[in-house]
Design a protein around this ligand. Sequence first.
Ligand SMILES: Nc1nc2c(ncn2[C@@H]2O[C@H](COP(=O)(O)OP(=O)(O)OP(=O)(O)O)[C@@H](O)[C@H]2O)c(=O)[nH]1
Ligand SMILES: [Mg+2]
Length: 466
Amino acid sequence: MKKNRTEKDTIAAISTPIGVGGLAIIRISGLKAIKVASKIFRAKNKKSISKAKSHTIKYGHIFSYPKNIKPIDEVLLSLMRGPKTYTTEDVVEISCHGGLVSARVILELLLRSGARLAEPGEFTKRALINGRIDLLQAEAVNDMVNAKTDKSLQLAFEHLKGNFSSSIKQMADGLADIISDIEAAIDFDSQHIKSLNKKKIKGNLKRKLDTLEKMLREADYGIVVNEGISVVICGKANVGKSSLMNAFLKTEKVIVSPIAGTTRDTIEEIINIKGVALKFIDTAGIIKSAGILEAKSIEKTIESLKKADLALLILDVSKKITSDDKKIMDLISDKPHIIALNKVDLKNNINFKSMSDFLNNKKVIHISAIRRTNLDKLEEEILKCVFDGHTRNINSQMINNLRQKELIKNSYNALSRGYKSLNDNLSYEFVSLDLREALNHLLTITGQAVSADILERIFSKFCIGK
Ligand SMILES: Nc1nc2c(ncn2[C@@H]2O[C@H](COP(=O)(O)OP(=O)(O)OP(=O)(O)O)[C@@H](O)[C@H]2O)c(=O)[nH]1
Ligand SMILES: [Mg+2]
């Protein structure tokens, strides 16, 4: 990867969340990191930091720049000279008092002193471009920051440690060796081609196919653990959507009432179920002949339905199915969905026949939100809807996003074609073409062969300061 001009700039950003807190950290990286910091920092011992030893912490004050008369904050400054730093460049981190003002003022002073504001993920991007980490590890940095459950953190950390990268690189190296043997033989003569050990090559490719196949088998689980699932709780007014939300949360967080149309805004909460982060979205119920306010709420419900991974349709077993229920059935029919029949503690009045078209032998979970009946079954069904439902042990070769899954799938398919060509005794030229394609997909996973726009897409998901 080539460095462009802006990658030579010295960058700065606040690395901690904006808001009230004990401490805030401002990070600076680049050729002039120490020079820029020295313009606004005065150590208590009055020594300049420009000659300070690497990996040391200095106590002192921040002064405004260019007129450095009055101290602004009392800080600790960590000074790290490249290459043993996060970005491999010179890095300075200033720990100041948390809160809304201090870090922002210090950042402004740094920008005035010659640094430029970092783009989202730019520190990590530099670590990647400077070869300290690969693309899988860069993705893992973001996954660590965004982890919502202990399992997603564990999986991200496996990737960050580089074990997944090593497996992929090992496989890519092995494949490159086979390709070079085959291509060298092709370049010589038929005698050399005959001397290729086809049985050994086939055995080797088969082992690689098995490894890739196992990765693909576990991929959906890894992706769900990493990214979570969004589940929209929908249904007509008063069926008990908010009561179910509260039952999942084990608190009376959402307002519940016997009046139809209680919930107006969508309400989101994350719940950890077997290590998977389920984002439940409680929505306004659909009501016929709604007024302006209800109509706006229903618009929001429809919006959430579009975005969610899964719809959880709640029906009231004590009432007859109405056109409002049917309207929601229409809305979710093309989306993965689960049907829950609520209020099973009450008398059954529901007329299943009127919705037999929609039901079409689908599984229906009988629940009572108020009595917390069968919530475990409902949770199980939700997990089954997005992967096979079996929780697994996290391992270092587990795919955790769609990009990786697609590339592993493409690599697997190309390798399968190459393997088949060998079996069918086709010319080695065909075999090597497919193996080259498989290799290229593997190299894209770790970022050894990846385009600038893909990198941009990946880093745009990062926060500033990481
Ligand atoms: N008997 C019984 N009543 C329930 C159950 N779940 C909810 N209810 C009652 O049904 C009424 C409506 O509950 P909500 O949770 O507010 O219903 P909702 O679907 O969120 O309604 P809207 O926000 O108006 O769309 C309340 O009086 C709840 O106490 C249940 O499992 N059994
Ligand atoms: Mg409600």
